[in-house]
Write a protein that binds this ligand. Structure first.
Ligand code: G3P
Ligand code: CA
Length: 308
């Protein structure tokens, strides 16, 4: 069963299980997502791990386990830890600077047994599940803070492209989208490293990213990328015109991030919000923490909804 709309499981089924963990990815797979999204950072020994932050202290127990390894700014950086050290950490539900959980109603913060996976482990999981199910679920990796990694001699792009190639992700038709907020690093992959993989230019809602959504900005993106991943508010603010203009240039549109427990302004339930973006604004896919609700919309014949 296929659709021209795609469901991207943002950090796994992160509405239900701790983000960026193999259980969260396995659940997203079972719930019917089309793509599983990992954010990527590098360890000190250059291994790509699935983690949203260049810091480890908001999603693991690193502060308790390695109390004297924070930098002067009081943060624990993945780039300062070897993979062997990262393997000793327990992944947890995300918490904020004050130590409070970001999403109160989500999975228990006290639960144990979750680990920080490597990208290779995630690709292995997807490969095995695709083989067993006959499905073709893809991967949607994001390079996090590539300039920071360059400055630490831990550039993300060469190992990312090599690992993807190891798992068969090569060429225009591969079931993958490589995403980044850095135009420089997307262009590096396409123009210098010779990657033909589909690329997505992420666009935030900060003033310094506003050039991306001008006509000239979209023209420029179309020269090195295949689509845009805008903050969903940019689409609402344009009354959907951003989707029209992107499509006019052959760019697909995958906005972020849709959450049942953090709805967009004016919405009272996630199904209605998702429907407005898929079928009102006409986006081609979207990032959501609750992929079951998106799957229910896009594949109504295959209900797998968990959320009530
Ligand atoms: O990659 C799309 C979306 O995930 C970007 O935001 O901060 O959740 O990585 P973030
Ligand atoms: Ca992301």
């Amino acid at each position: 069963m296929t659709s021209d709309k795609i469901v991207i499981a943002h950090r796994g089924a992160s509405g239900y299980l701790p983000e960026h963990t193999l259980p969260a990815y396995a659940m997203a797979y079972a719930l019917g997502a089309d793509f599983l999204e990992p954010d990527l950072v590098a360890t000190r020994d250059g291994v790509l791990i699935c983690c949203h932050d260049i810091h480890l202290d908001r999603t693991t127990d690193v502060a308790a386990r390695y109390p004297d390894r924070a930098r002067a700014d009081g943060r624990w950086y993945a780039a300062d830890f070897t993979l062997a050290e990262v393997r000793t950490l327990a992944a947890q539900e995300r918490f904020d600077a004050a130590g409070d959980r970001v999403f109160e109603s989500r999975f228990s913060a006290a639960a144990q047994g979750f680990a920080v996976p490597t990208l290779a482990e995630l690709l292995g999981l997807i490969s095995a599940l695709n083989r067993q199910s006959g499905r073709c679920v893809g991967v949607y990796p994001e390079t996090k803070e590539p300039a920071f990694h360059d400055a630490h001699n831990l550039s993300l792009e060469p190992p990312l492209l090599a690992l993807l190639a190891d798992y068969g992700y090569v060429g225009r038709e591969a079931p993958v989208f490589v995403q980044s907020f850095s135009a420089t690093h997307l262009r590096l992959m396409r123009e210098q490293l010779g990657s033909e993989l589909p690329m997505i230019q992420l666009i935030g809602d900060s003033p310094d990213e506003a050039d991306h959504i001008t006509p000239a900005g979209l023209d420029a993106i179309a020269a090195y990328a295949d689509g845009i991943g805008p903050d969903k508010q940019l689409i609402a603010d344009s009354a959907g015109q951003l989707v029209v203009e992107a499509h006019r240039r052959g760019l697909c549109v995958h906005p972020y991030t849709f959450r049942a427990d953090q709805l967009g302004a004016g919405y009272t339930d996630l199904g209605t919000e998702l429907s407005a973006y898929y079928y009102g604004y006409g986006v081609d896919g979207l990032f959501t923490d609750f992929c079951d609700i998106a799957v229910e919309l896009v594949y109504p014949q295959q209900p797998r909804r968990l959320h009530r």
